[in-house]
Design a protein around this ligand. Structure first.
Ligand SMILES: Cc1cc2nc3c(=O)[nH]c(=O)nc-3n(C[C@H](O)[C@H](O)[C@H](O)COP(=O)(O)OP(=O)(O)OC[C@H]3O[C@@H](n4cnc5c(N)ncnc54)[C@H](O)[C@@H]3O)c2cc1C
Length: 531
């Protein structure tokens, strides 16, 4: 029976960060357990490879579906999630965004003492190595490389020009002094290659004798004795193993995995556990509640421009050339994160902080790239940054290998529909601006003349996630909080949850950098508790 000081469940954005930081101390032993395989596939390393991993479940992608969503006319949503070292940071769109400072001050108002903007900023700076240099708000010298794209696609400029034509504000750094406005996204890449949390925090430290990394290891249960987490039950290549933790079990399974593992361990709402036949070990009603996510709608056009990746003879010729450019110089279209430019905007002038985000994609995105189209094109996403709808993650059965029941309750709160409608009308103006005329082809699905009712129906027929589920083990001090501000599970000893699931309210932007920040800050808390 193996035993370590710290046992980390899940080698995703948070798990890799914790493993890297905790194993800096040679006096502690750390074991990281990941359900998926190693992250050595070229589809992870080459940025554009994500387009092949994302659309379907497989070795590297859990590829979950939601339960039928009333707000989406009964459709099931699709929820890709990374299943490999690096977790979702190994399959994501690599955009580096922290959100707005008020997001974190709001967390404090919700009971997360010590997580205000002034508290978290040092950890954002500590984690990053910004190639463009340090400022008062930006950091250099950290493990996570943050770069500008090697080969920005020319059609990103059409988006920037269109926003300028609409007199939308512009910004040079979404993570700097001005959050609001249009601009180019920075990416977690280095030299044209993906820079996941594994590349940042794990790969460089694999030779540490006190760090053990086990892949293809699915955690089936956390062992609890007398209200203390003592270790985990784990299935490694079909064999059941017990791995003990002498100090703490650190749960980093992500917004779906973490509540699922807690519930399988008998930690959750007593009545709901009884319904699936699990004995309640610790009654904690908030586990799996408060699920929320950025609901998103996309307008796509076909295009005469063959600058984008696309299915055509010219497209194939350009893709072959791009293989050589990538292999030789790590440049060209394969370095694209697709969502190259975008912005943060307000749905109405009386709102203080932008509540809409756009991602302009240099290709056609239809149903999470699960549907493809002949030819070339471009797409513009818009999402609701601070949705009001709240859903759940529940167990479908006691089988740890069965997917959980995921219900984001998209558009259940009518206010989300109204904000999204305003967002859709904004991107409709952007894509109709003169800057797009030279490259514009046929529009997919929606038309250029739709009234509000048409739009609401179109949204219900096509909107879905932009991949930022959070909140299912929320941090706080109220009855529905799962962890306290030290990320310790309420009522238990030796167990913390450290990942996007602890976020009480989703931040105004993409969630990878905030999740890494959470793990950086928690690593310091753990180190301090040993001192
Ligand atoms: C397609 C896509 C695009 C995205 N684009 C962006 C972007 O451009 N920018 C951005 O900031 N964010 C983006 N995100 C979101 C961001 O990547 C996530 O919010 C972040 O990675 C979450 O980190 P996490 O540690 O909470 O979970 P994850 O990184 O998902 O890690 C959880 C890990 O736990 C493992 N695990 C789960 N259950 C078990 C179990 N039972 N046993 C063992 N291991 C288990 C999983 O395999 C996984 O490796 C995107 C996400 C996706 C899916």
């Amino acid at each position: 029976m193996a035993s370590y000081d710290y046992v980390i469940i899940g080698g995703g954005s948070a798990g890799c960060t914790l493993a890297g930081r905790l194993s800096e101390d040679p006096d502690v032993t750390v074991c990281l357990l990941e359900a998926g395989p190693k992250d050595d596939s070229f589809l992870i390393n080459v940025p554009a490879g994500a387009a092949a991993i994302m659309p379907k479940p497989g070795k590297l992608n859990w590829g979950f579906e939601t339960v039928p969503q009333k707000g989406l006319n009964g459709r099931k949503g699709y929820q890709p999630r990374g299943k490999t070292l690096g977790g979702s940071s190994s399959i994501n769109a690599m955009i580096y965004i922290r959100g707005h400072s008020s997001d974190y001050d709001n967390w404090v108002d919700m009971g997360a003492k010590g997580w205000g903007w002034d508290d978290v900023l040092p950890y954002f700076k500590k984690s990053e190595n910004r190639e463009a240099g340090a400022t008062d708000l930006r950091g250099t010298g950290g493990p996570l490389n943050v770069a500008n794209l090697q080969s920005p696609n020319p059609i990103g400029q059409n988006y920037l020009d269109a926003c300028a034509q609409l007199q939308l504000p512009k910004t040079d750094d979404f993570n700097g002094e001005q959050f609001e406005g249009t601009g180019r996204y920075e990416v977690t890449q280095k030299n044209g290659q993906r820079f996941s949390a594994a590349k940042a925090y794990l790969t460089p430290n694999l030779s540490r004798p006190n760090l053990t990394v086990i892949t293809d290891a699915t955690i089936t249960k956390i062992n609890i004795e007398d209200s203390r987490a003592t270790g985990v039950q784990c299935n490694i290549n079909g064999e059941e193993k017990t791995i003990n933790a002498t100090q703490e079990v650190l749960l980093c399974g992500g917004a779906f995995g973490s509540p699922q593992i807690l519930l399988l361990s008998g930690i959750g709402d007593r009545d709901e556990l009884a319904q699936v036949g699990i004995d309640c070990v610790h009654h904690l009603p908030g586990v799996g509640k408060n699920l929320h996510d950025h609901i998103d709608y996309i307008i796509s056009y076909k295009s005469k421009s063959t600058d984008t990746l696309g299915y055509s003879l010219v497209g194939i010729y350009k893709a072959i050339k791009a293989v050589f450019a990538y292999r030789k110089h790590k440049t060209g279209i394969f370095t694209s994160n697709f969502a190259e430019v975008g912005g943060f905007y307000r749905s109405s002038p009386d709102i203080k902080v932008p509540d809409l985000q756009t991602h302009f994609v240099v290709g056609i995105v239809d149903d999470h790239a699960r549907k493809s189209h002949l030819g070339h094109g471009y797409s513009c996403h818009v999402c609701v940054l601070r949705p009001k709808s709240r859903g759940t993650v529940k167990l479908a059965s006691t089988d740890p290998f069965a997917a959980p029941l995921i219900d984001p309750a998209f558009l259940q709160d009518d206010r989300d529909m109204e904000v999204l409608l305003k967002g859709v009308k904004l991107i409709d103006q952007i894509v109709k601006a003169p800057a797009f005329e030279p490259i514009k082809g046929k529009r997919l699905y929606s038309s250029e003349n739709m009234n509000d009712e048409d739009w609401r129906e179109e949204i219900r027929n096509r909107a879905d996630t932009v991949y930022h589920p959070v909140g299912t083990c929320k941090m706080g001090v109220d009855d529905m909080a799962v962890v306290d501000p030290d990320l310790k599970v309420h009522g238990l000893v030796g167990l913390r949850v450290v990942d996007a699931s602890i976020i009480p309210q989703v931040i105004s932007g993409n969630t990878n950098a905030p999740t890494i920040m959470i793990a950086e800050k928690c690593a310091d808390k753990i180190k301090a508790s040993r001192a």
